[in-house]
Design a protein around this ligand. Structure first.
Ligand code: ADP
Ligand code: NA
Length: 330
C-alpha cells in the first residue's frame, strides 16, 4: 500500500532530549509513523555548523538515536538513521548550493539571528548553507510531509523554491514537500521562565526537564516550577504562563483535557496539582530513560540497527542523486 513519505530530524546537540522535544516532536512522530513511510534522522551534519567537540558529538548522536527508539520510533518500520552515514546528503546539498542565491540564503531569519549574535568572522559558510542542506535532506527522499517547529517553516519554503527551480531548469525531479507545523498546544515553555520556550540552549537549565533526568530530579523541577500568586489552576497563557504550561504538559501526557484538569484541581491549590503532574511525567519518562540506558549499554546492537537503517535510507537517496547527476550533466 502507498503511504505518503515523511521526513523529520533533530540535531544531536545535547546529552538528553527535553520535555519540549518529546512533546513537540517525538510524540507527533510516533503518531505519524504508522500512517507514513517515515524517515527520522539524527542530523549531525547540521550540528557541525557550530563548533562541536568530536568525542561529545559522537556520543550525543548515539544518545539521540537511542532516545528516538526508546521513546517509540520503531526502527523496523520507520527509517531511523544518522545523517552523516548517508553521503548523498552532502552530495545533493552541493548541487543545491549552486542554484541557491547568496542573498536568498542570507535572508533566512535563523541565519540572520545566529550570525548577528556570533559576528561575521565566527559565522561559518556552513551555517549560511544550513537550510540548503536541510533542503537536500528532504528532497533526497521525495518527502511529501515534513513536521517542523514554526522556526523551520521558512526553511521548508526555501526547500520548495529550490525544488521548483531545479525542476524547471532540469526537468521534473523533486516532489514539493508540505510543512506540518507543530501545534501551539504542543509548545512547552521553560519551567523557570515560562515566557521562553524550553530549550537545550538556555543559560540555566533549572527549568528544563530532561528525558534522561533521574525521577527525583524531574519531580523536584516540577515542584519548583514558577507559577503565580492567585492559586487557581486555570489556563491563561497571557497572565498565567507558568500554570498554563504545566496544564499543557499534564494534558498532553495524561490525555485529559485542560478543562477536565481545571475542574479537577478547582479550589485545591498548586501543591497537589504539581505533585500529580510530577507523577504523570515520571511515569511517562522513566520507561523511556530505562530503555535508553539499555540501548546505550549494548553499543554493538545500536550500531547494527543504525547501519541497517542507514542502508535503507541510502538506497532511496542514491536513486534520487543518480537522477540529479544525470540531469545536470555529470
Ligand atoms: P532546542 O530548541 O532545544 O535546540 P531543537 O531546535 O533542536 O530544540 O528542536 C528539535 C525539535 O524539538 C523540533 O521539532 C522542535 O520544534 C521541537 N522543540 C524544541 N523545543 C520545543 C519546545 N519547547 N516545545 C515544543 N517543541 C519543541
Ligand atoms: Na511507517
Amino acid at each position: 500500500t502507498f503511504l505518503p513519505r515523511l521526513y523529520s530530524g533533530m540535531q544531536p546537540s545535547a546529552d538528553s532530549l527535553h520535555a519540549g522535544n518529546y512533546i513537540g516532536a517525538i510524540l507527533q512522530w510516533k503518531k505519524l509513523q504508522s500512517s507514513h513511510d517515515a524517515l527520522f534522522s539524527v542530523v549531525d551534519m547540521h550540528a557541525i555548523t557550530v563548533p562541536q567537540d568530536p568525542t561529545e558529538l559522537r556520543e550525543k548522536t548515539r544518545r539521540t538515536a537511542a532516545q528516538y527508539i526508546a521513546a517509540g520510533i520503531d526502527p523496523a518500520s520507520s527509517t531511523l538513521y544518522v545523517q552523516s552515514h548517508v553521503p548523498a546528503h552532502a552530495e545533493l546539498a552541493w548541487v543545491l548550493n549552486t542554484i541557491t542565491g547568496f542573498g536568498e540564503a542570507g535572508r533566512m531569519t535563523q541565519f540572520k539571528d545566529k550570525s548577528q549574535k556570533q559576528g561575521a568572522d565566527a559565522t561559518s559558510v556552513g551555517l549560511l548553507a544550513y537550510p540548503v542542506l536541510m533542503a537536500a535532506d528532504i528532497l533526497l527522499y521525495k518527502a511529501d510531509v515534513v513536521p517542523v517547529g514554526d522556526d523551520q517553516k521558512q526553511h521548508v519554503e526555501l526547500t520548495r523554491d529550490l525544488a521548483m527551480r531545479f525542476n524547471s531548469r532540469f526537468g521534473d525531479t523533486f516532489v514539493l514537500p508540505r510543512p506540518v507545523i507543530q501545534k501551539e498546544t504542543a509548545r512547552i515553555y521553560d519551567l523557570q521562565s515560562p515566557g521562553s520556550k524550553m530549550s537545550k540552549s538556555t543559560d540555566s537549565t533549572a527549568g528544563v526537564v530532561w528525558l534522561l533526568d533521574e525521577p527525583g530530579v524531574t519531580a523536584k523541577k516540577i515542584m519548583r516550577a514558577v507559577t503565580d500568586n492567585d492559586g487557581v489552576v486555570r489556563f491563561d497563557r497571557e497572565s498565567k504562563p507558568g500554570v498554563s504550561n504545566l496544564l499543557t504538559i499534564f494534558s498532553v501526557l495524561s490525555g485529559r483535557s485542560i478543562e477536565t484538569l481545571e475542574n479537577e484541581y478547582a479550589g485545591r491549590g498548586y501543591g497537589d496539582f504539581k505533585k500529580d503532574l510530577a507523577t504523570v511525567v515520571v511515569d511517562e519518562f522513566e520507561p523511556v530513560r530505562a530503555r535508553t540506558l539499555e540501548l546505550l549499554d549494548d553499543p554493538a546492537e545500536l550500531d547494527r540497527l543504525l547501519a541497517i537503517n542507514a542502508d535503507r535510507a541510502s538506497e532511496i537517496a542514491e536513486q534520487t542523486l543518480a537522477t540529479v547527476y544525470e540531469r545536470i550533466g555529470f
